[in-house]
Design a protein around this ligand. Structure first.
Ligand code: GNR
Ligand code: NI
Length: 176
């Protein structure tokens, strides 16, 4: 198992649309395990493969609290079958946009079909934080970030800040 570096805004990799997984084999399970380890290390409650630079339709989620045993979930080629009319608002964050949080409104419940880590077809009816997290992660598979769901004014401010951070960190940009 290994912890992988996270792709951070404004890296254009985050805007790639991920490709369907064609076979659930040892390689894919290794990637899923590495993603779980990377997510636990961060720490975060979800991670999409594109956040570690892999444009594949794979995501992991673990909503267990610190005092609970781990509850890792692996979702391969997830598809939203149905979204509730009812909406809910959560304060979201993203490991690819560190230390920025904003309220996002999304369908309160979703029905999702996906392959599990054994390649078996599954369906889940999700609500609450699981519904929000699944939608946040499935957005990543489509190159969409949670800041795409907030006002353009706020989004432009965040992108500007992260562009400046990336520029200040880039090698060979030192003046004096
Ligand atoms: O760790 C995370 N927390 C979180 C909180 C509210 C809504 C979504 C999330 S997902 C995020 C990890 C992440 O960036 N996944 O892509
Ligand atoms: Ni995210």
């Amino acid at each position: 198992m290994s912890i992988k570096p996270l792709i951070i805004l404004p890296d254009p990799i985050l805007r790639q649309v991920s490709k369907p997984v064609e076979r659930v084999d040892g390689d894919l399970r290794k990637l899923a395990d590495d993603m779980l380890e990377t997510m636990y290390d961060a720490p975060g409650i979800g991670l999409a493969a594109i956040q570690v630079g892999e444009p594949r339709r794979l995501l992991v989620i673990d909503l267990a609290k610190e005092d609970e045993p781990p509850a890792p979930h692996v979702f391969i080629n997830p598809e939203i079958l149905e979204s509730s009319e009812q909406r809910s608002v959560y304060e979201e964050g993203c490991l690819s946009i560190p230390d920025y949080y904003a309220e996002v409104e999304r369908p309160a419940a979703v029905r999702v079909k996906y392959l599990d880590r054994d390649g078996k077809l599954q369906e889940m009816q999700a609500e609450g934080l699981m519904a929000t997290c699944l939608q946040h992660e499935i957005d990543h598979l489509n190159g969409v970030l949670f800041i795409d769901h907030i006002s353009k004014l706020k989004r432009d401010m965040v992108v500007k800040k992260f562009k400046k951070l990336a520029k200040d960190k880039a090698p060979g940009k030192m003046v004096g």
